[in-house]
Design a protein around this ligand. Structure first.
Ligand code: FAD
Length: 286
């Protein structure tokens, strides 16, 4: 099923993001995680893709296959393009097609001093335009409530986003954020720019202070005072931080779902307890 079709109805969606484990020893735990996540019946599960690929990219496909064929849940495969040429992208697309995978979250990928950039795809929109010519995938794209860190300002950020949608992205999924007004503001500017596809907020509950500080520095998200208070009070109390982080995320989610937002994409961090708690909190809202 193509993810864009889900948004043609009035139902609000709940979807999850997971990442392939780096170590062989973690492969068993991803199976257990998938079992719980799929039992929660999400509308789709997206599987991240390590820039530069390697072992990690084959794991992305393996996990997506399991989600689709073992659990009958729709997978979305993330695909980055900056470090690949057309031939490599062609082979990847062929593998996905052969496995019946219909949805790609098309990405440029982060720059890394350790990985050589190739010249075929400079932006996610180039990847979408290229794949669209010969394939029938549904394309999702990324968007940034606080602007992509490389965008000099919101206007150029919006132009890039409009290019992505004009190229064929039919659903957008946002970077994490901790203040809903940032997301609403991006949505409003997108609509003014003529972007009319569903825009799904990405929510990451805080359950680990070290991890969240790293994420925030990587993705530029603003750390509101209300949120800083939670971290400084509970960072050394695991259970308390879990409760507080879940309550914070749920308050964001309830506010989003009470408005016109078409669904929530939850960054699960491969933690089934996170997904379960959020599902319990929103069961009657989606
Ligand atoms: P682009 O859309 O190409 O944008 C990058 C920059 O170029 C922006 O500043 C944009 O404004 C500008 N731009 C875009 N189009 C144009 C254009 N046509 N002309 C001029 N400028 C333009 N990374 C991974 O490695 N693996 C993952 O699995 C992964 N999953 C992600 C999932 C989500 C929901 C999000 C939000 C991000 C994810 N990322 C992932 C991170 C992503 O790869 C980085 O944020 C990357 O730096 C940008 O990717 P993009 O596809 O948004 O790039």
């Amino acid at each position: 099923m193509k993810i864009a079709d889900i948004y043609k109805g009035n139902k609000k969606t709940l979807s999850f993001e997971i990442f392939p484990p780096k170590k062989d020893s973690e492969l068993k735990s991803i199976d257990e995680t998938l079992e719980v996540l799929c039992e929660l019946k999400p509308d789709f599960i997206s599987v991240t893709f390590g820039a530069g690929g390697g072992l990690n990219s084959s794991r992305t496909v393996e996990i997506a296959k399991t989600i689709k064929h073992r659990y009958n849940v729709e997978p979305v495969v993330h695909l980055t393009s900056l470090h690949y040429d057309r031939k490599e992208i062609d082979s990847f697309a062929e593998v996905l097609e052969a496995e019946g995978i219909e949805n790609i979250l098309a990405l440029r990928g982060d720059r890394s001093p350790l990985l050589a950039e190739k010249d075929d795809f400079h932006h996610a929109s180039d990847l979408i335009s290229y794949l669209k010519k010969d394939h029938d995938f549904c394309f999702l794209g990324a968007c940034y409530p606080e602007c992509h860190p490389e965008s000099p300002d919101r206007i150029s950020d919006m132009k890039g986003l409009k290019d992505k949608v004009d190229a064929g992205a039919s659903v957008l999924v946002s970077q994490l954020f901790f203040e809903n007004r940032r997301f609403y503001d991006m949505c409003e500017k997108s609509r003014i720019a003529g972007i009319d596809v569903p825009i799904i907020p990405g929510i990451m509950p805080v359950i680990n202070a070290v991890q969240i500080r790293k994420m925030i520095s990587l993705c530029n998200a603003t750390f509101p005072d209300r949120f800083k208070k939670i971290i400084s009070r509970y960072e050394n109390k695991k259970e308390a931080l879990f409760d507080a982080g879940m309550s914070y995320a749920l308050s964001q989610i309830v506010d989003l779902l009470a408005g016109d937002i078409p669904g929530i994409h939850l960054y699960t961090m491969n933690n089934p307890a996170v997904a379960r708690r959020i599902c319990e909190g929103v069961r009657n809202l989606v």
